[in-house]
Design a protein around this ligand. Structure first.
Ligand code: AMP
Length: 978
């Protein structure tokens, strides 16, 4: 029986059913019998009767196999040796996969007792191909190959067996299959080693690595990788390759470099307008606000011009600008000890988009036009740099110097620009200036008394100054070598000295004493004489009047008296109700210009004449009753140039109008106080009469407050009120009743000092647009006037106190109109029914209580200006006292007719509502934020209002309160009953 022929037939069937497994990446094939086709060139030993090659065409492909089937012969030893297999240098371990068939010995006849069912695999290493020389002894046995399945006729079973040949070390090796008497067909031998294929894990690339055991028989082999392009890592990335070709345990992480982001296993550059600043796994981000668009692979987006990034700012934050200068810089010496002042300001309107605002204060001492740094001696509390608050107390200043303070607002990027956001203020320490006395004059005399008054230098605050008056008889003084003066210390710049000798010349010297230091200034010396004794009056009067008759004089006196009674005099004897603490009887110091027969005389007496050539008009700043008001320059030879306000008399005036016009100067000229507008002089001797006063840069107080609504602290507002109260105390001490005290008649200078103005005689009747005719025929500013003055023209300092209360309310409400849109009639009715204005928003409780005191029906119970001044001083000295805020009712403090429409109809638009609460400037903020209906407005919380860009606390509150008020509307009046 030809077994070989039988087997060939059988094997063909097996080939046809064979499934070839595709090679995996990790298997690196060194030899593949099937792939090599017929050109195997394997060696058989012995040449005859051993392994044979068979060839079969299957589907057009020639397939080869080796077979042997000497089952009937004894002691078989047939070798089949492969060609030389080159080894990969690191592949010390190879796999040999064999596909083969083994014929079942039982399928042969009885003679086949020698039949085997296994064969052996051998291997032999060599450094070079040794060709056909074959020596069995050089081979070591790898394994006995036994089939899992044996084949019978009609039932062919393919075995697949893989064996490992280990510890290879030479350049190559041979494999050999030893047959010892089996019926075997080998139709596939595949020799390969395993690798971990090249891979990228966590942005680290690892090379293909032969999967063999690591050192010291470790099953894992450590492989060092490298970050992919544009990625980096602090530690070298590592991974382990298992003997099975698996990557395990990656160590260390690669991250994309700045300007690149991870996309799959690569780092891609950031797209234009995107950037990435650091080594990270984050994605690129869009360029932030205020930056230039960036190119590809940007690591940052450069700031636009004028915008910066602070060193500590992350690249992801928007670039920010510089702040604007601090606002409303003021210097206050009030309530301060010698050499001390308080500098305060409001935060800048524009913070540059940052919240890290600080301030630096620079102090310079100025003499003339030369300014030098103040040096180390000056102390700042809390500091002069990096101040977070908006005020600083500066001490150790020298009393006689002018100082310039520059406050710079800074934020985190200020250091990156040379631009500075500064506000500057110049100030002299008024209170410590030794005040100088000027213009001592005689204001009245008799045979036994002399009444004198004098002025103090403009810098001094007369209300805080005392005077040392020394006098003696002139003849006595001249006759003797030593002077014997009588010395008086006075609190006013006016005095009546009695018990003097008739027809005697006296020498007077006055020296001003500053309140803190008692430093005396230069003294002014004048001489005045008493009148002759009463018996000789006719002779004297005759001389004065040029020989007129006594009767005539008496008539004139009577006429004058009568006129005074009927005139617009501001003062009756009962009006001087403020007591005086002076040791001398106080003089009725204010002199009504109407007591002069010729008002021109009064003007000349109280005002100095200025030549028009010394005045330059620059710009119209207002309109008075008599003509335009200009800003201009006064340059009197020998005196420093000064900014002035010039009141003019319009052409076509009557003589009466001219006198009324100039009467304001006659009144103003009698006053000398820091909080009373100062008269510089008059032009009367030329066709165009003028009144020249100091220039008040910030104009009328009511408008100033409305323009700076919400920008000032309560402390600053109370400081302003304190100034007004000081001015009013001075006026009341002089027994002058103003009658038209209102914020519109207070002027504000660049230091935010407030000064009382508007002293014209006919002013209340004619000039004030608020003036309203009453039933008694007078024209009265109803909202500001005390009830008794409206009812029966009882104008007193106590009625001025009522008006001061209204001014307090105007100030604390930032120029709001008292009683809003109520008619004068409604106001009078409400006041009579004991209603009073409610507390303005954010008004300190103590301040509101003072207002209510000023509005007491019984005028004798109202505080006096002296009391008001002391109380305001006390509040300013302990600012904590301003922290308790009076109850505020938004329903009445925002103009109600507008909050709901007087007819109760709702607002038609957001802008209409904003206009009604005078916050139109925020219309755009609302619309930009998409808040376009009142329904949306009603949903807003404080937070939302701030988020749309309303930053000033005052404005924030106003809007928030208005929304509150809209939600809860009730009637106006009933709420503010006292
Ligand atoms: P009067 O006639 O005094 O009411 O002045 C009319 C307007 O002129 C005032 O409301 C101010 O706006 C302006 N004005 C008057 N006097 C001054 C001044 N001394 N400094 C600045 N502005 C002034």
């Amino acid at each position: 029986m030809d077994y070989r022929r039988i087997k060939r037939i059988l094997f063909v069937n097996v080939f046809m059913n064979c499934v070839f497994i595709s090679l995996q990446d990790k298997e690196k094939v060194l030899l593949d019998m099937v792939e090599s086709g017929g050109e195997l060139g394997w060696l058989t030993w012995p040449d005859q009767n051993g392994w044979e090659i068979a060839q079969q065409a299957v589907n057009g492909t020639l397939l080869y196999s080796y077979f042997v089937c000497n089952v009937e012969a004894r002691e078989q030893d047939n070798w089949l040796r492969t060609t030389f297999i080159q080894r990969h240098p690191t592949a010390t371990r190879v796999f040999v996969e064999m596909r083969f068939l083994v014929r079942d010995c039982n399928s042969f006849n009885a003679h086949s007792l020698t039949c085997k069912e296994t064969f052996n695999l051998y291997a032999s290493e060599a450094d070079a191909d040794i060709g056909t020389s074959f020596r069995k002894g050089q081979f070591r046995k790898v394994a006995t190959i036994a089939p899992d399945e044996i084949s019978r006729v009609g039932n062919m079973r393919v075995n697949i067996e893989t064996k490992v040949v280990e510890n290879l070390s030479r350049k190559g090796f041979y494999l050999a299959f030893q047959d010892i008497g089996a019926c075997v067909a080998i139709y596939s031998v595949r020799v390969y080693y395993k690798t971990c294929p090249a891979t990228v894990k966590s942005l680290a690339a690892f090379p293909e690595t032969v999967a063999v055991a690591g050192g010291e028989n470790q099953a894992l082999r450590e492989v060092v990788g490298a970050c992919v392009e544009n990625a980096e890592s602090e530690d070298q990335p590592r991974i382990y390759c298992t003997v099975d070709g698996e990557w395990v345990v990656p160590v260390g992480q690669c991250q994309c470099s700045p300007g690149y982001e991870a996309v799959d296993d690569t780092c891609q550059e950031c797209k234009p307008d995107f950037f990435k600043a650091s080594v990270s796994n984050e994605a690129c981000e869009p360029c932030p606000k205020n930056t230039h668009p960036s190119g590809p692979a940007a690591v940052s987006c450069p700031c636009l011009e004028g915008f910066y990034r602070a060193p500590e700012d992350p690249m992801t934050s928007a670039c920010s600008g510089l702040p604007s200068p601090p606002k409303t810089l003021t210097a206050t010496t009030a309530q301060m000890a010698i050499g001390k002042l308080e500098l305060s300001w409001s935060p800048p309107g524009d913070t540059g988009g940052r919240s890290d605002i600080t301030y630096n204060v620079v102090c310079e001492r100025c003499e003339g036009s030369v300014c030098l740094p103040c040096g180390d001696k000056v102390r700042y509390e809390p500091s002069n740099t990096d101040i977070k608050e908006t005020s600083v107390i500066i001490s150790e200043l020298e009393p006689h110097l002018n100082y310039t303070f520059t406050v710079e607002a800074r934020n985190g990027v200020s250091q990156l620009s040379s631009r500075r956001a500064t506000s500057t203020i110049s100030t002299a320490l008024h209170y410590t200036d030794p005040p100088s006395v000027t213009g001592m004059r005689l204001v009245g005399r008799s045979s036994t008394s002399l009444s004198l008054s004098w002025s103090v230098s403009r810098r001094a605050n007369p209300s805080t100054i005392r005077y040392k008056l020394m006098y003696c008889e002139k003849e006595k003084d001249e006759a003797k070598t030593g002077k014997t003066y009588t010395v008086l210390v006075l609190e006013k710049n006016i005095v009546e000295i009695s018990h003097l000798s008739p027809s005697t010349v006296y020498l007077f010297q006055v020296q001003a004493l500053s309140p803190e230091s008692n430093v005396g200034s230069n003294s002014v010396e004048e001489e005045f004489s008493t009148l002759p004794e009463v018996g000789s009056t006719a002779v004297i009067l005759g001389a004065v009047a040029g020989g007129g008759a006594i009767l005539l004089i008496v008539l004139v006196v009577l006429l004058l008296r009568k006129r005074r009674k009927n005139s617009h005099t501001r003062q009756g004897p009962e009006d001087a109700y403020f007591s005086s603490s002076e040791q001398l009887k106080p003089l009725k110091t204010y002199v009504d210009p109407h007591t002069y027969e010729d008002p021109n005389t009064a003007v000349l007496k109280f005002a100095s004449e200025i030549h028009p050539s010394h005045i330059t008009k620059q710009k119209v700043i207002g309109a008075g009753e008599f003509g335009e008001v200009f800003r201009g320059i006064l340059k009197v030879p020998g005196r420093k140039e000064a900014a002035v306000a010039i009141k003019t008399l319009k052409p076509g005036y009557t003589e009466k109008q001219r006198q009324d016009f100039l009467s304001e100067a006659s009144i103003m000229g009698q006053f000398s106080h820091q909080n009373i507008i100062r008269l510089e002089g008059v032009v009367t001797k030329f066709k165009h009469a003028m009144i020249i006063t100091e220039y008040m840069e910030n104009g009328a107080l009511d408008k100033y407050l409305r323009d700076h609504d919400g920008e000032m602290s309560s402390f600053q507002l109370v400081g302003m009120l304190r100034g007004i109260a000081a001015g009013m105390k001075y006026l009341s001490d002089m027994s002058y009743v103003h009658r038209d005290l209102a914020a519109r008649n207070i002027l504000v200078n660049s230091n935010l000092e407030c000064k009382v103005s508007d002293f014209g005689l006919s002013r209340v009747l004619e000039d004030d647009p608020e003036g309203t005719y009453t039933t008694s025929g007078g024209k009265i500013p109803i909202r500001w006037t005390a009830p008794e003055a409206i009812a029966y023209r009882k104008f007193t300092s106590a009625s001025d106190v009522w008006s001061f209360g209204i001014v307090m309310w105007e100030v604390m409400a930032f120029g709001e109109r008292p009683y809003w849109d109520m008619s004068n009639h409604e106001v009078m009715k409400a006041i009579n029914e004991a209603f009073r204005l409610p507390a303005p928003m954010d008004c300190p409780s103590a301040v509101y209580q003072l207002m209510l005191q000023c509005w007491l029906q019984d005028r004798s119970k109202r505080p006096r200006f002296q009391d008001i001044l002391s109380l305001l001083d006390k509040l300013l000295k302990s600012p904590d006292s301003l922290k308790t805020i009076a109850d505020f009712d938004p329903r009445v403090s925002i103009r109600l007719p507008s909050t709901s429409g007087s007819d109760g109809s709702p607002f038609r638009s957001v802008s209409e509502w904003l206009e009604s609460i005078k916050m139109s400037q925020y219309s755009e903020n609302f619309s930009m934020a998409g808040i376009v209906s009142m329904e949306q407005v009603l949903q807003m919380k404080s937070e939302d209002i701030r988020n749309i860009g309303v930053r000033l606390p005052g404005h924030l509150k106003r809007i928030a309160y208005s929304i509150l008020g809209l939600k809860d509307q009730t009637s106006t009046l009933s709420v503010f009953a006292v």
